[in-house]
Design a binder for this molecule. Structure first.
Ligand code: SF4
Length: 448
């Protein structure tokens, strides 16, 4: 049976982080340049492309599950082409063809420009792949297609030179390379001209940005972006603790439109574990960075990532993580228990020796503690007025809007006569541990 959208329509299913969402915008632009058109759903598409993430085992499990569903679809729809792009094929390579006979082509994070050629090769009867690393590839000159008209991601660097023992990114996305300063600024100017209200600078290790032309660092880039887009909120993610400089912290404090929120993954509260994880800093150094950030940026909100049960973790290491959470009082923590990723430093050199039941128990203790902290922090916001950038209609009711504070807290509020894209002062009237709820207090806000 032929699909309704025709053979030159494509649908991208994106898994994983904001970097992958940004990459899907690049893939869309590249395919559209070549005459393909995006379809609204997988049911209409002649080509289905999965843009994948290999960082967490459960993400890979979801992708494998989805591929099984696509294999069934392919049996019913002759001529349907299925491609897998991003980190999973870069990691599993051609083995994916034997694991999933329905896959027609594979592309890595550095080879999206080859996608039209791969599709042509499939149409000539081959199974095709391009999985080379290209240390020069930053997709400069590609104008990504963005789904969200309010908020835009701008990748400023790709890859990572750190070798955290648990992480596949250095093996799937290759060495760090920064986009030229001038191309980031011209992309930001285009976004401003198009009316974007929020710009998020992205990189696996965004604060190690280094302009390849003149060596300008991330603090200079962030400061320049905030001046170019002075009416927009500016965010950035993800930061590595060792690359938080005083100049960067002072830049955030000194520019009103740079959001007072830093996501600063710590992974463990124990220096011994940070050493085994090869994180490149001790917990004392992390605490010093937190102290500097809190001293220089009043009202800053911090969020983090934690891994429970990494190789060799003892009960005292776990207790150190709980103590750190109690002390720093992060707004939110993304928490996982350790699962070995093949090919990583840990898989090659360390024993995954914490029993799964212990990992899960420690993870639950971390989640319970963090939830109680988040709950207290959110309850404290009741009665305050916060500025919210309205991002969308609330999922529950068209009479409510959903948006975020500059500190990245989700807020649901009564719509009244406000629209998506407006800044609204909202009086917080109640809260859960993950969402603030309120009603508009003033007319739309203009940031000066
Ligand atoms: S800094 Fe560490 S965790 Fe982050 S992408 Fe690089 S290797 Fe992975």
């Amino acid at each position: 049976m032929m699909r309704t959208g025709g053979s030159n329509t494509f649908f991208i299913h994106t898994f994983g982080c904001q970097m992958n969402q940004a990459d899907s915008g690049i893939i869309t632009a590249l395919l559209q340049q070549d005459g393909y058109s995006a379809s609204e759903s997988e049911d209409d598409a002649g080509i289905i492309l999965l843009n994948t993430c290999a960082v967490r085992e459960n993400a890979v499990d979801r992708i494998e599950h989805y591929l099984q569903h696509l294999q069934g679809l392919k049996k019913r729809h002759k001529g349907l082409i299925i491609g897998v792009a991003g980190c999973v094929p870069q990691f599993q390579r051609q083995e994916m063809f034997s694991l999933f006979p329905g896959i027609d082509f594979l592309a890595g994070p550095d080879t999206y420009r080859s996608l039209p050629l791969l599709i042509e090769q499939v149409r000539s009867g081959q199974r095709a792949h391009t999985l080379e690393f290209n240390p020069a590839e930053t997709y400069e000159g590609i104008d990504p297609v963005r789904q969200n008209p309010i908020s835009a991601f701008v990748p400023v660097m790709r890859g990572c030179n750190n070798m955290c023992a648990f992480c596949v990114v250095p093996f799937t996305r290759g060495r760090e390379r920064s986009h030229p300063f001038s191309s980031v600024i011209s992309e930001v100017r285009q976004l401003v001209a198009s009316g974007y209200r929020e710009i998020t600078l992205l990189g696996q290790n965004v604060n190690s940005y280094c302009d390849p032309d003149e060596g300008r660092d991330f603090a200079v880039l962030l400061d320049t972006v905030s001046r170019e887009a002075s009416m927009s909120r500016i965010r950035f993610t993800t930061s590595h603790p060792k690359d938080i400089s005083e100049a960067l912290v002072r830049t955030i404090a000194g520019r009103q439109n740079i959001c007072n929120h830093i996501h600063l993954p710590v992974q463990s509260g124990s220096s011994r574990m940070l050493g085994l994880m090869n994180r490149g800093h001790s917990i004392e150094e992390y605490r010093e960075k937190i102290a500097l950030i809190r001293k220089v940026i009043p009202g800053v909100v911090l969020t983090t990532d934690i891994i429970a049960g990494f190789c060799g973790e003892q009960e005292e290491d776990h207790q150190a993580t709980l103590e750190l959470l109690s002390e720093v009082r992060f707004d939110l923590a993304y928490t996982f228990f350790y699962s070995e990723r093949p090919g990583t430093l840990a898989a090659r050199t360390l024993e995954d020796d914490v029993p799964e039941a212990v990992k899960k128990r420690r993870l639950q203790e971390i989640i319970d503690l963090q939830n109680s902290i988040s709950d207290e922090l959110y309850q404290k916001a009741i009665g305050t007025v916060v500025e919210v950038l309205a991002e969308s209609e609330s999922k529950r009711s068209s009479l409510q809007l959903m948006g975020r504070t500059e500190t990245n807290r989700a807020v649901v509020f009564d719509r009244e006569d406000f629209n998506v894209g407006e800044r609204v002062h909202v009086l917080i009237t109640s809260a859960t541990s993950a969402t603030l709820i309120g009603r508009p207090e003033h007319s739309p806000v203009t940031l000066s």
